[in-house]
Design a protein around this ligand. Structure first.
Ligand code: CAA
Length: 286
């Protein structure tokens, strides 16, 4: 294990709650921070459900599950960051918000603590510019959804990220049972540079009337052996997240092809955000 005992995760949405659970299951104490009590309660419910499933499947014992859940403490502010050894930011995919959070993270955490971000598309160098005193400790640590299941962590160095920070990030990812793979600091990195245009194109195919969502997903699932079709995957990721990633790539790579499809934008504007809101391309009930 790396020289880390306690990890703070900032943001208790889909990704943050997944990262918190994986860290706790790997033996780390976890401080999960979110401004919303409701979001923290939802994360705890998710942790209990996934842990119960692991006990049921005999992957872990009831005692191990209880111990992992007990290692996660929640809080609505960042004051507790003064005694953590690592921070992973997993807030909404908006540059200004993330920069503000980074400033707060840097002001509370010790000056040897790595400030990682789970951003899926925003430049690490740009985020690090918000904390010039800590630039060498800022790094991309990009997990995939669902975090307990997906093996990859995309590791992205910013312009000033030190070799020590990178080596420690690789070690921490491995200690959490993940496979870290490096990518360079371009908008969308590798994963979303390749995935999001595919998802966006599926929305265009739907909008143009090439086929309905079930047929588009059926064709891509059966024809390309995808575990789920691109429109269902968009619901799973969050349609707002997909739109935001396209916008970040459009701004960062300056090409028309990265503009989000109007059908995707319409659904987000209508509050249909995918699984998390109960409706997206598809209906999910509760
Ligand atoms: N949290 C934890 N575990 C979950 C889960 C979740 N949200 N969803 C499913 N699982 C678990 C299930 O409990 C099940 O575990 P068991 O082995 O205990 O049965 C296992 O995953 C398989 O689930 P299901 O049998 O219900 O369904 P499935 O076989 O269709 O698998 C899936 C579900 C793993 C999500 C699979 O469909 C899949 O791999 N889909 C693609 C996911 C993907 O591409 N993710 C990356 C998105 S991009 C991203 O995250 C980055 C970004 O920046 C946008």
């Amino acid at each position: 294990m790396v020289d880390v005992k306690k990890v703070a995760v900032i943001g208790a949405g889909t990704m943050g709650s997944g990262i918190a659970l994986v860290a706790a299951s790997s033996g780390y104490d976890v401080l999960l921070v979110d401004v919303s009590e409701d979001q923290l309660a939802a994360a705890q419910k998710y942790h209990a459900k996934i842990s119960a499933r692991s006990v049921e499947k005999e992957r872990i014992t009831q005692e191990e599950s209880d111990a992992a859940l007990a290692r996660i403490v929640t809080c609505t502010d960042m004051t507790g960051l003064n005694d953590v050894d690592w921070v992973v930011e997993a807030a909404t995919e908006q540059v200004d918000l993330k920069k503000k959070i980074f400033q707060e993270m840097a002001s509370h955490a010790r000056d040897d603590v790595v400030l990682a971000t789970n951003t899926s598309s925003i430049s690490i160098t740009d985020l690090a510019s918000a904390v010039p005193e800590a630039e060498d400790r800022v790094i991309g640590m990009h997990f995939f959804n669902p975090v307990p299941v997906m093996k990859l962590v995309e590791v992205i160095k910013g312009r000033a990220t030190s070799e020590t920070t990178t080596a420690r990030t690789i070690a921490l990812s491995e200690s959490m049972g993940k496979t870290p793979i490096p990518a360079n600091d371009f908008a969308g990195f590798v994963s979303n540079r390749v995935l999001m245009p595919l998802i966006n194109e599926a929305f265009f195919a739907w909008e143009d009337g090439v086929a309905d969502p079930e047929a588009i997903d059926g064709i891509m699932t059966l024809g390309c052996n995808f575990p789920m079709g691109p429109l269902r995957l968009a619901d799973h990721i969050g349609l707002d997240v997909c739109r935001d990633i396209m916008l970040v790539m459009h701004a960062g790579l300056d090409q028309e092809k990265y503009l989000p499809c109007p059908r995707l934008v319409e659904l987000v504007d209508a509050g249909r955000l995918g699984n998390k809101s109960g409706q997206g391309v598809y209906e999910y009930g509760n």
